[in-house]
Design a protein around this ligand. Structure first.
Ligand SMILES: Nc1ncnc2c1ncn2[C@@H]1O[C@H](COP(=O)(O)OP(=O)(O)OP(=O)(O)O)[C@@H](O)[C@H]1O
Length: 329
C-alpha cells in the first residue's frame, strides 16, 4: 500500500536549514495498522505530509495506494483519507452537513454521499450530535467527526496524525475502539502517528520509531521489546558480597549509583519470566539464596532508551504543547 525510498525533506527558512526527514525508506502492506512513534520534531508529520502529497519531497520517491506522489497527486488523494492534527470540521456547520460537503468535494453523488454519511454517523456513534454544530462537540466527538470526514470516500488507506492527542483517557480509549472496529469491518490500511507509547504498543501491528528525521527501528512492538530492551529482572540477596558473586555468575549488574542497594542485582533478559526461575535455580546450585525477586516487562520507552539513550516519556512530558500545523512549503 505504501513504498517509499530515500524520502527526504529539507526546510530552508530565514537562513536556517532543517533536515526534517532524512532518507526514509518504508513499506506498509495492505490491511496493516502501523504506528509512527517518536519525540516532538522527529519528522513524523512531515513524512505523513509528503506521503499524502501535501508537501513535495526534497528528494526521494514514494508510491502510495498505487500512485506516484510526485506525478499523480490527484490519484493519491482520491484513494487515501488524511486526518491532520488540526480539526478539519468547520465551526458553524452541522455535523451531517459537514459530511455531505466533504462527499461533494470528492465528487460523490448526492444519494451516495447521504447514504455514506449515515453509515459513518452510525459506526462512529455520532447519531446524537448529527444535527448539532461542530463547535458544540466535545474533543472526542470532534475527532470522531474528523475520522468520518477522512473516510467519506471509502479510502483504501487512512493517515491519522496524532488522532488522540489532547483527549482525556476515556475519550482516547473510545476513539481507539472505533478505529479498531472500523478497520476490522473494512480492512482499511491505517498509518498513524502518536506520542502515546501504550497506544502504539497495544494497538499497532507494527511500530516504526523515528528520531532526528530517520527511522531507527521498524518491527512489531513485541519484537522490538524482546530484541532491544529485554525483560527487567531484579534479584535481592542478604549481603552485598552475595550480590556481587551472583552478578558475576549470571551476567547481571549491581547498581553503582549513590544510594542504590548493593544487595540488588539487575539483569536484562529476553523472556524474563522464564529466565527468573532459571536464575534462582542456578544461583541456589552455587549456594546463593535469592531473598526477593521482581520481573518487569519492557515498554516501548525502554526500546527508545536502548536505541537513543533518551527517554521518550520524559521528552514528551517536557515538550511544549503541539504547535499548529506549519504552512505548506
Ligand atoms: N514548514 C516548515 N518550515 C520549517 N521547518 C519545519 C516546517 N515543518 C516542520 N519543520 C521542522 O521539521 C522538523 C520535523 O517536524 P515534524 O512536524 O515533522 O515533527 P513531528 O515528529 O511530527 O513532531 P510532533 O510530534 O511535534 O508533531 C521540526 O524541527 C520542525 O520544526
Amino acid at each position: 500500500m505504501i513504498t517509499a525510498q530515500g524520502l527526504t525533506k529539507t526546510f530552508r527558512s530565514k537562513g536556517q536549514v532543517v533536515e526534517a526527514v532524512r532518507s526514509v525508506d518504508l513499506s506498509v502492506a495492505a490491511g496493516e495498522l502501523v504506528a509512527f512513534l517518536g519525540p516532538n520534531g522527529a519528522g513524523k508529520s512531515t513524512t505523513l505530509r509528503m506521503l499524502t502529497t501535501l508537501l513535495p519531497p526534497t528528494t526521494g520517491e514514494a508510491i502510495v495506494a498505487g500512485c506516484d506522489i510526485r506525478t499523480d497527486a490527484a490519484g493519491v488523494r482520491r484513494r487515501i483519507g488524511y486526518v491532520g492534527q488540526g480539526n478539519s470540521g468547520g465551526h458553524t456547520q452541522r455535523v451531517r452537513d459537514e459530511l455531505h460537503a466533504q462527499g461533494a468535494f470528492y465528487g460523490m453523488g448526492r444519494g451516495e454521499t447521504r447514504a455514506r454519511a449515515a453509515e459513518l454517523i452510525e459506526s462512529l456513534e455520532l447519531g446524537q450530535v448529527a444535527n448539532r454544530t461542530v463547535q458544540s462537540l466535545s474533543g472526542g466527538q470532534k475527532r470522531r467527526l474528523d475520522i468520518a470526514l477522512g473516510l467519506i470516500h471509502r479510502p483504501e488507506l487512512l493517515f491519522l496524525d496524532e488522532p488522540s492527542t489532547g483527549l482525556d483517557p476515556h475519550s482516547r480509549a473510545n476513539l481507539w475502539e472505533h478505529i479498531v472496529d472500523l478497520r476490522r469491518a473494512t480492512g482499511t490500511t491505517i498509518f498513524l502517528t502518536t506520542h502515546y507509547l501504550d497506544e502504539a504498543d497495544q494497538l499497532a501491528e507494527r511500530v516504526m520509531v523515528m528520531d532526528h528525521g530517520a527511522v531507527i527501528a521498524d518491527d512489531t512492538a513485541d519484537a522490538l521489546k524482546g530484541s532491544l530492551a529485554g525483560d527487567r529482572v531484579t534479584l535481592t540477596f542478604d549481603t552485598a558480597s552475595d550480590a556481587a558473586t551472583a552478578a558475576a555468575r549470571i551476567g547481571g549488574e549491581v547498581s553503582a549509583e549513590e544510594g542504590a542497594d548493593a544487595r540488588v542485582v539487575a539483569v536484562t533478559a529476553p523472556g524474563g519470566d522464564r529466565a527468573l526461575p532459571r536464575y534462582i535455580r542456578s544461583l541456589a546450585d552455587a549456594g546463593l539464596e535469592v531473598v526477593a525477586a521482581t520481573h518487569r516487562q519492557p515498554t516501548l520507552d525502554d526500546v527508545f532508551l536502548a536505541l537513543t539513550g533518551r527517554s521518550l516519556r520524559e521528552e514528551a512530558a517536557a515538550a511544549e504543547p503541539t504547535a499548529p500545523e506549519p504552512a505548506l512549503a
